[in-house]
Design a protein around this ligand. Structure first.
Ligand SMILES: Cc1cc2nc3c(=O)[nH]c(=O)nc-3n(C[C@H](O)[C@H](O)[C@H](O)COP(=O)(O)OP(=O)(O)OC[C@H]3O[C@@H](n4cnc5c(N)ncnc54)[C@H](O)[C@@H]3O)c2cc1C
Length: 262
């Protein structure tokens, strides 16, 4: 038997860098360093663990929808140990919202062929956490989301979802979509051998035409959500230093009261 796993990975702006909105209120991706969304590293890790723990033939494909530089996210996932990568890139994707992104991902997943899709719990930039559910709906398969433990056995994916008051054990028959949380297990660092091996692994590039998607269905024009405005957060002020010369506690309490914390 064989198992085809597709892991959806997003290339996101580096949160430690300066980030801006462009004039059309989309995220300005020029001159901004990006990287594989940290939360998607957990998804790659779970796919690799399923592969390593399986007696079956498992193929792990990583898939991203994003600009040219999104290849960096694919390379990182390949150097962690994924087998191959698919990059969907097209100028008409500029401004695509979550619904459009799920359409592109679903078409690419169908074209690639799959038994199991593994996503992160949310991206670290958009952070909507909706794409896995949208994908399951578009693919017409079960979704088991927000898992902190995941395994595959006999055509079934099983997992544990931890809530505040209880943990649920869930399962679904394959094909299915799952998303995993940052509690699912530390993601491995790519080894030197992995980084070298990644250079030789196949990366396919598809555009909208390859996926038979009309440009009007995606991009800013096809988006159901619109960003109406964005403003730069005010710069941080220097703060207040309380020097304790016997009255420190009182001054601290006065400061907290003035800020309405107490
Ligand atoms: C070139 C480009 C331009 C865009 N411009 C805009 C814009 O102007 N305005 C706007 O609202 N949105 C835009 N988007 C879409 C946006 O960046 C998000 O991808 C989309 O809205 C999903 O929302 P999210 O990131 O909150 O996903 P979440 O639902 O938080 O993501 C959950 C999981 O879904 C998967 N996933 C999400 N996005 C991708 C992806 N692109 N590729 C692979 N896996 C993914 C990951 O596994 C992730 O962990 C653009 C996307 C692209 C590719």
């Amino acid at each position: 038997m064989s198992l085809r796993i597709v892991v959806t990975v997003k290339y996101v702006p580096d949160a430690t860098g300066d980030r801006h909105f462009a004039d059309d209120l989309t995220v300005d991706r020029d001159d901004v360093d990006g990287l594989l969304s940290e939360l998607d590293e957990y998804a790659v890790e779970q796919a690799l663990q399923i592969s390593e723990n399986s007696d079956d033939d498992v193929e792990v494909t990583v898939l991203t929808v994003g600009p040219e530089d999104a290849k960096d996210a694919l390379r990182k996932a390949l150097s962690m140990g994924a087998d191959k990568a698919i990059h969907v890139e097209d100028d008409d994707l500029h401004g695509t919202d979550a619904i459009g992104t799920s359409l592109v991902l679903a078409k690419a997943i169908e074209k690639a062929g799959y038994d199991l899709v593994i996503s992160g719990m949310a991206s670290t930039d958009g952070t909507m956490g909706v794409v896995p559910a949208l994908l399951a709906e578009r693919l017409g398969v079960p979704q088991v989301t927000l898992l902190s433990e995941v395994s595959v056995e006999d055509g079934t994916v099983k997992g544990r979802r931890d809530g505040d008051a209880a943990s649920e054990t869930l399962e679904a028959s394959l094909p299915a979509v799952v998303s995993v949380t940052d509690q699912s297990g530390e993601a491995r660092y790519p080894s030197f051998k992995g980084i070298m091996a990644a250079k030789k692994k196949p990366v396919e590039s598809w555009d909208l035409e390859d996926l038979e998607i009309d440009a009007e269905e995606v991009g800013l024009d096809g988006a159901y959500t619109v960003v109406d405005g964005a403003a730069q957060r005010p710069a941080r002020t220097a703060g207040t230093i309380v020097k304790d010369e016997g009255e420190g506690g009182k001054q601290l309490a006065e400061f907290l009261a003035s800020q309405k914390f107490i």
